[in-house]
Design a protein around this ligand. Structure first.
Ligand code: SAH
Length: 245
């Protein structure tokens, strides 16, 4: 049997947002590898071995997947959202780079990333140029986050923030909001989109002046508009045109 590794995005939560291509890969798999809550989304079936693992062991997980594929297993590494957005696809290639010799067949299957699911719920806040920033300082110093925030704000990008706030980083997001107030002023619209497409979904739009750190947790993606982002009825959208910065 020829083994392979597929890195698949499960989307933001709802089964209806899993792509048919990902469903097909899951149905061919012998093994599912991933972070515990993501593996928990896979229905068990005879012949399928689930390998849930803890957070922050991405490289071990990637090596385990490559080892199993070398033994002829058909391995799907699952991520939430899209596997290329702050997720397992890069970890797999980091592991691959460190391994001499033959590589198994590898496929990366896209999924609907949190910021796009959240933006669709709110209206079209990412309707013009935007960027995505991971606010976790596990893998980069906070100074890098601060510099990217300030430069993106000055370039008038709308922004999406992943991993905004966790128990191990209670103060970072308060600092992020402070930096954004300095750069964007108090009226800028901010969307807190929590657990999008799940039963716990909650979407809340406020101004930067009203935004507090407690509005975000690790199940929240935070979107901030550009200088033109506005409300129309209950929706928030960013026009397709930009003037001078
Ligand atoms: N690969 C994932 C992101 C992993 S990082 C993707 O493409 O979506 C984990 C972060 O993603 C969370 O801290 C949160 O900011 C965001 N996130 C993931 N699923 C979400 C959801 N259903 N609703 C809101 N934010 C979500």
């Amino acid at each position: 049997m020829t083994g392979w590794v597929t890195v698949a995005g499960l989307g933001p939560g709802a089964d209806t947002l899993v792509t048919p291509e990902v469903s097909a890969a899951l149905s061919e798999a012998t093994d599912i590898v991933g972070y515990i809550p993501y593996v928990a989304r896979i229905a068990p079936r005879p012949g399928l071995v689930l390998h849930p693992s803890d957070n922050r062991v991405e490289l071990d997980r990637a090596h385990a997947a490559l080892d199993m594929a070398a033994d002829g297993r058909r391995v799907v590494v699952v991520s939430s959202g899209d596997p290329g957005v702050f997720a397992m696809a890069s970890a797999l290639f980091e592991a691959l780079e460190a391994r001499p010799g033959q590589h198994p067949d590898i496929r990366i299957l896209p999924g609907i990333t949190a910021m796009l699911a959240a933006a669709a719920r709110a209206g079209a806040p990412l309707g013009h140029d935007f960027c995505a920033i991971n606010l976790s300082d596990n893998l980069k110093p906070f100074e890098v986050i601060e510099q990217r925030l300030r430069l993106a704000a000055r370039a008038d990008f709308a922004m999406a923030f992943y991993n905004p706030r966790s128990a191990s980083r209670p103060r970072g997001f308060a600092r992020v909001l402070q930096i954004l107030r300095e750069e964007c002023g108090p009226e800028r619209l901010v969307i807190f989109a929590r657990a999008v497409s799940t039963a716990d979904e909650a979407i809340r739009t406020v101004t930067l002046a009203e935004a507090t750190p407690e509005m975000a947790d690790m199940r929240t993606v935070v979107l901030i508009g550009n200088s033109q982002t506005r409300r129309v009825g209950n929706w928030v959208y960013t026009p397709r045109r930009a003037g001078a910065v």
